[in-house]
Design a protein around this ligand. Structure first.
Ligand SMILES: Nc1ncnc2c1ncn2[C@@H]1O[C@H](COP(=O)(O)OP(=O)(O)O)[C@@H](O)[C@H]1O
Ligand SMILES: [Mg+2]
Length: 397
């Protein structure tokens, strides 16, 4: 006979891209400043926001947080990603859906603007064909109809690719015209630093060059432990001080990894009242394995071939967590100037940081170990299952 099933509590950790954390760590000041705009409409420099960071740094989560705060404050929210067809999607799908959500009185006011047709029961029907459809006009009309409360536009996954960036820049230009016409709009873009930089270089993107710039890197130890502790607490469990420290050491402030390691530690013994050091140790290996395959490997794939050469040389040159530039230059067999260009690029992108004069280090935990596993086919790597056919060689023909 089996025992009655143990009451297992659900993990409150939420690992995965775009999965909103239950407790959002760090960035307090920026969140405070940006969300205040939703109630005061005092924008300052916060009309356009760029959120730059590597995968797993929390960009999408931040956009979601802003969307929720804006909605709570009565703003309209338009959210999309930067894939091609953005303008059409927003004008043909997103805005009509927003229109349908407005109250009849507001819709009635909108009919006089002459942009959209509504049915007798105030359902959105179509655009008026006589008008040349421009996002600018849509935004201004929407803004007026809601008494200028405000519209938040979030565009996630900005990535280079000429057509897409040109389209994005055109989108931004329409938004800037709407701002000039008096609409209260905040627009936020999220992506990897070099891609956002490329966006700013576009012909029509002048307005974005005055954007508020947020860089998402790692959380500090204090914020990391707060996320772990408070998330567990919401789920009804505690973390022993020893385990908390260990989990923070493992996560290294990397948001995705914080959720992963917290989740595995929770699941190790989800019926116990406290997460102990043993649970942290169980979580360690699993979390690292998962972060390598789901995050770090993809971060590595985002690099160009030359960037990869640099980070490989850098990995080989690492001593006590930092690499000497002259050693990287020697390993790459290129000129000093040439290598400096790549170093600067990688620093700008957020992969690499300066670590004392003539030295660099990785910003991301475990990237060096991932690269090492690619560079060396490490025979001591015990994560690989032993070849069970090793003792049964195929006969020679
Ligand atoms: N500030 C944060 N505090 C705690 N966890 C976070 C934070 N930001 C993101 N996360 C978690 O990290 C993971 C990746 O977040 P996501 O927003 O998708 O990153 P990105 O869009 O930068 O790739 C998710 O599991 C999310 O819950
Ligand atoms: Mg994302």
């Amino acid at each position: 006979m089996s025992q009655s099933p143990v009451e297992r509590s659900r993990s409150p950790f939420n690992p995965g891209y775009g999965r909103q954390p239950l407790v959002f760590g760090g960035h307090e000041q920026e969140i405070d400043e940006l969300t205040r705009v939703f109630s005061t409409l005092d924008f300052g420099e916060n009309h356009s926001i760029l959120i730059a960071g590597l995968r797993g740094a929390g960009k999408t989560s931040m956009l979601t947080l802003l969307q929720n705060a804006a909605t709570d404050a009565g703003w309209l929210v338009i959210s999309d990603d930067a894939s091609s067809g953005l303008m059409d999607r927003v004008m043909e799908t997103t805005i009509p859906a927003l229109l349908n959500g407005l109250d009849p009185a507001t819709k009635a006011r909108l009919t006089s603007v002459g942009l959209w047709k509504f049915s007798a029961s105030w359902e959105y029907q179509d655009r008026h064909r006589e008008v040349k459809p421009l996002l600018r006009n849509d935004l201004v009309a929407l803004s007026r109809a809601i008494d200028n409360r405000g519209i938040l536009i979030t565009i996630d996954e900005v990535s280079s690719g000429r057509v897409r960036l040109r389209e994005l820049a055109k989108f931004a230009l329409q938004v800037s015209h709407a701002l000039t016409d008096g609409a209260n709009i905040m627009i936020a873009f999220a992506g990897i630093r070099i891609d956002l930089d490329e966006l700013l270089k576009q012909e029509h993107a002048t307005f974005l060059r005055r954007s508020r710039d947020l860089t998402f890197e790692r959380l500090d130890p204090h914020a990391t432990m707060a996320v772990l502790r408070d998330t567990a607490a919401v789920g009804g469990r505690q973390i022993s001080p020893e385990a908390l420290r260990r989990l923070a050491e493992i996560a290294q402030g990397y948001p995705y990894l914080i959720q992963l390691v917290g989740d595995y530690a929770w699941r190790a013994r989800s019926d116990a009242p406290t997460i102990e050091i043993e649970d942290a140790e169980v979580a360690f290996e699993k979390a690292i394995k998962a972060v390598m395959s789901r995050v770090i490997s993809k971060v590595y794939l985002d690099l160009s071939d030359k960037d990869r050469e640099f980070v490989k040389a850098m990995t080989l040159a690492l001593v006590d967590g930092r690499a000497k530039m002259s050693r990287i230059v020697a390993l790459m067999g290129e000129s000093d100037q040439y290598v400096q260009v790549y170093k600067r690029r990688l620093i700008d992108t957020g992969y690499v940081q300066r670590a004392g004069h003539g030295f660099v280090s990785f910003t991301l935990p475990y990237l060096d170990q991932y690269i090492r596993s690619l560079v060396y086919d490490d025979p001591r790597d015990d994560r690989r299952p032993a070849d069970s056919w090793a003792d049964f060689p195929a006969p020679q023909l």
